[in-house]
Write a protein that binds this ligand. Structure first.
Ligand SMILES: Nc1ccn([C@@H]2O[C@H](COP(=O)(O)OP(=O)(O)OP(=O)(O)O)[C@@H](O)[C@H]2O)c(=O)n1
Ligand SMILES: C[C@](O)(CO)[C@H](O)COP(=O)(O)O
Length: 395
C-alpha cells in the first residue's frame, strides 16, 4: 500500500486480542460499543489527532479480520486512508506490537502503541504523548492515579499494604522514539504487558504524562457496559444504531445428490456444486449479515479451511452467523433475498422457504425468484445467482 512521504508519527493499534475476559467469542476489537466497533471508536480518536500532523496508522488484527479492519478505517479515517495498513497479530500483545513495528514506514521518527481496547481515549492524550516524545523523551506513558487502596496478597493472605501515592495506572497510547523502540524490540528476551516496561528494561528512561479516565481499557463485560453508557448519549444525534449489508453468491449445477436451495431439499432437481451443499441463497444471506455487522465475509468464518462445513446445509451457516453477530452485539432486523434461476420453481414453496430461512436467521426473511429471460449462465441453466440485503441493529 502506498504510504505518503510525510508522516513523522505512526500509531500501532493493537486489536488482535481474543477478548477472553470479555467472554466475547468474536475478537474483542470488533465487538460493538454503541453503533460502532471498539476498533472504530479507537480510530476516531486517532483521526482527531491526525488532523494536526498526518500520521501512519498500522492496525494489528486477528488473521482473517483484515478486511473488517479496513472497513473500520475507511469509516473513521477517510482523509488518511492511504496512510493505513493492516497486518495480522501474534499470540501475545508483544508479538502483535512487533508485527505492527515491521510495517512502520522508514521516515517515521515517533511511534505510538495503542490498545484498541482503550477505545474511548480522548485525542488530548495522544497529543500529550506525541509532544513529550517530540520534547526528547525516549519513552512516554500516560498514567492515571490509583484510587483504590492496594494490598499485597499472597495465598489469600494480606501480607502488606502498598503506598498508593507512588503508584499510577499505565494507559495507552504509549509513545517512543522510533529507534529506541525498534532496538528494544530487537533485543527483547522477556514478555512484557506493556511497551514502556520493555523499553525501560532496555535501559531507557520513560516519562509519565497525564492520562484520562476515559482511556480505560475495556476488559470485562462491566467495562463494556460502562463504554456503552458513555457512548450512547454521543450517538443519540449520530448515525442510527442499525446498518445494512449486501451479499451475493453463485453456484453451478452439477453437484451430487439432491438439490438444496433456500434451506429446502428439492427432490428430482439437479444439485448445485460447492464446498457445502451449494445453497447460494443461504450463502448470500450470510455475506449480507456479516457485511452489515462489519464482521468480514463468509470466507472469514466458513471458508474451505473449515472442513466442519463441508456439505453443510443452510441452517448450519445461518444459525452460526446469527451467533457471530450476537457475540459482537448485533441482532438481525430483516433480510431480503432474490434468486436468479430457471429451476427450481419457487412459487409453490416460497412460504415454506421463507419460514425455514426466517427461523434460522431469527428474523423475517423475504424471498423472491426471477429468471434472466435466457440471458447469462442462469438463463442457460448452468447455475443460480442469489442477491441478499440485510439490516442489523444493536441490541
Ligand atoms: N495477542 C494479542 C493480545 C492482545 N492484543 C491487544 O492488546 C490490547 C490489550 O490487550 P487485552 O485488553 O488483554 O485484550 P485481549 O487479549 O483481547 O483480552 P483478554 O486478555 O481478556 O483475552 C487489546 O487491544 C488487544 O486487542 C493484541 O493485539 N494481540
Ligand atoms: C498496555 C496496557 O493497556 C497498559 O496498561 C496493559 O498492560 C495491557 O494489558 P493486557 O493484559 O494485555 O490487557
Amino acid at each position: 500500500m502506498y504510504i505518503a512521504p510525510s508522516p513523522r508519527v505512526a500509531v500501532i493499534v493493537v486489536a488482535a486480542g481474543s477478548g477472553t475476559r470479555l467472554r466475547a467469542r468474536a475478537p474483542k476489537a470488533f465487538v460493538a460499543v454503541g453503533a460502532e466497533s471498539m476498533l472504530c471508536h479507537a480510530l476516531h480518536g486517532i483521526a482527531a489527532v491526525s488532523s494536526e500532523n498526518p500520521l501512519q496508522t498500522v492496525i494489528v488484527v486477528p488473521p482473517g479480520y483484515e478486511d473488517a479492519a479496513l472497513d473500520d478505517a475507511r469509516a473513521a479515517l477517510p482523509s488518511s486512508e492511504d496512510l493505513v495498513s493492516v497486518t495480522p497479530g501474534g499470540a501475545t500483545r508483544q508479538e502483535s506490537v512487533a508485527a505492527g513495528l515491521a510495517r512502520i514506514a522508514p521516515q517515521v521518527e515517533i511511534v505510538l502503541v495503542h490498545d484498541a481496547a482503550r477505545a474511548l481515549t480522548p485525542p488530548e492524550v495522544y497529543a500529550r504523548v506525541i509532544a513529550a516524545v517530540k520534547g526528547g523523551a525516549a519513552g512516554v506513558v500516560p498514567v492515571v492515579p490509583v484510587v483504590d487502596t492496594i494490598k499485597r496478597v499472597e495465598a489469600g493472605r494480606v501480607v502488606a499494604a502498598v503506598d498508593r501515592s507512588v503508584l499510577s495506572a499505565a494507559q495507552t497510547p504509549q509513545g517512543f522514539d522510533r529507534a529506541v523502540l525498534d532496538a528494544a524490540y530487537a533485543e527483547a528476551s522477556d514478555d512484557f504487558t506493556d511497551d514502556a516496561a520493555l523499553v525501560a528494561a532496555a535501559g531507557h528512561d520513560v516519562v509519565a504524562v497525564e492520562g484520562d479516565p476515559m482511556a480505560f481499557k475495556i476488559t470485562t463485560p462491566a467495562d463494556l457496559d460502562r463504554a456503552h453508557a458513555l457512548v450512547a448519549p454521543r450517538e443519540r444525534v449520530s448515525p442510527p444504531t442499525s446498518r445494512v449489508g449486501i451479499g451475493t453468491d453463485v453456484h453451478a449445477f452439477g453437484g451430487e445428490g439432491s438439490l438444496w436451495l433456500a434451506g429446502l431439499e428439492w427432490p428430482g432437481e439437479q444439485a448445485l456444486s460447492g464446498h457445502s451443499d451449494g445453497d447460494a441463497i443461504a450463502h448470500a444471506i450470510v455475506d449480507a449479515l456479516l457485511a452489515a455487522a462489519g464482521l468480514g465475509d463468509i470466507g472469514t468464518h466458513f471458508g474451505t479451511d473449515h472442513p466442519e462445513y463441508a456439505g453443510a446445509h443452510a441452517g448450519v451457516f445461518l444459525e452460526r452467523t446469527r451467533e457471530i453477530l450476537a457475540e459482537a452485539g448485533w441482532r438481525v432486523g430483516n433480510v431480503s433475498v432474490q434468486v436468479q434461476a430457471n429451476r427450481p420453481r419457487f412459487a409453490a414453496r416460497r412460504t415454506e422457504a421463507e419460514a425455514v430461512l426466517s427461523a434460522a436467521v431469527g428474523a423475517p426473511v423475504s424471498l423472491s425468484a426471477t429468471t434472466t429471460d435466457g440471458l447469462g449462465f442462469a438463463g442457460a441453466g448452468e447455475g443460480v445467482a442469489a442477491f441478499a440485503i440485510a439490516m442489523v441493529y444493536l441490541g
